[in-house]
Design a protein around this ligand. Structure first.
Ligand SMILES: [Zn+2]
Length: 284
């Protein structure tokens, strides 16, 4: 209703009216107030960063499945390092020893070190996964460039959900909460619910971006090779198989001509993992 009234107001006020109003200071004030109020309402109509890209704003789930564009250019300018520490203690990717996928990159921090938002954005999640579990105390921020960043194992939060932050704003303090041995920051970058290797976009050792843009391409999966540091282009668009009654991972592997270890790797599973009917198993 307020919107409608303001709309009417702005269309009926002319320069002539404003001139007349010069003589009436009270009325002039109300014009200024209305303009700033209207500006405020327009800002609020932009509910969250990357609203055109993301179907919703919710304070749950870090990872999720949504339709992703075939390609998307992510603007990396304006990036601020989440920590001034440059020591990488664990890289992104599959860890054979632990038989699971590491969705982020770990940076050494001391308990109490300031952790900063990588870009301007809006805080989506501030939660604690609990003792010995996952991220521990963590923060997720959604940014205007389409990325979301995750900061895990914090000792303290300095923001609340739905709060707007600027690049470089302190969002928490480094810690050792959750599934973590030794204080460190788990830094994760997500595009539309899916993790991307942060090393493709950021050079933590030199405290810089790898370029002004990162071109996300749906059909290509890229990771940084841990040994050579070179970018590996891995596979085409992932393919999934829906588990039916009587299926085993070996059967699914055979059916699609892939090895069992490939299935383990693609799905972050191991020989003890149980299948559910209807579960999607990635085989490519
Ligand atoms: Zn980690």
């Amino acid at each position: 209703m307020l919107f409608a009234a303001l709309g009417l107001f702005t269309t009926t006020v002319s320069a002539q009216d404003l001139l007349v109003e010069q003589a009436n200071p009270d009325k002039q004030m109300s014009v200024i107030d209305s303009i700033s109020l209207r500006r405020m309402l327009l800002n609020e109509s932009h509910l969250f960063p990357s609203q055109e890209l993301y179907p919703e704003w919710s304070n749950d789930r870090v990872h999720f499945e949504v339709e992703r564009p075939d390609s998307f250019r992510i603007d990396l300018t304006g990036f601020v390092m989440p920590t001034t520490n440059t020591k990488i203690t664990d890289i992104y990717g599959y860890r054979p020893r632990r038989r699971r996928v590491h969705h982020g990159l770990d940076l050494k921090v001391q308990i109490g070190d300031t952790i900063r938002s990588a870009f301007d954005g809006k805080v989506r999640i501030v939660k604690n996964q609990g003792r010995r579990k996952g991220y521990g105390k963590y923060v997720v921020v959604r940014h205007e460039n389409g990325l979301e960043t995750v900061y895990g194992h914090l000792s303290k939060w300095l923001v609340t959900e739905n709060q707007y932050v600027k690049a470089g704003d302190a969002i928490g303090l480094g810690g050792n909460t959750g599934r973590s041995t030794g204080s460190h920051l788990h830094f994760e970058t997500l595009f539309l619910g899916k993790a991307i290797d942060p090393a493709l976009m950021f050079d933590f050792v030199n405290q810089d971006v790898t370029g002004d843009y990162y071109d996300y391409k749906k059909a290509v999966r890229r990771t940084v090779d841990s040994k050579t540091g070179k970018v590996k282009i891995e596979s085409a668009e992932p393919k999934y198989y829906k588990v039916r009654s009587g299926d085993t991972l070996s059967k699914i592997a055979k059916k699609h001509g892939v090895s069992l270890s490939t299935l383990f790797k693609l799905n972050g599973m191991n020989s003890r993992s149980k299948l559910r009917i209807g579960q999607s198993i990635r085989y490519n």
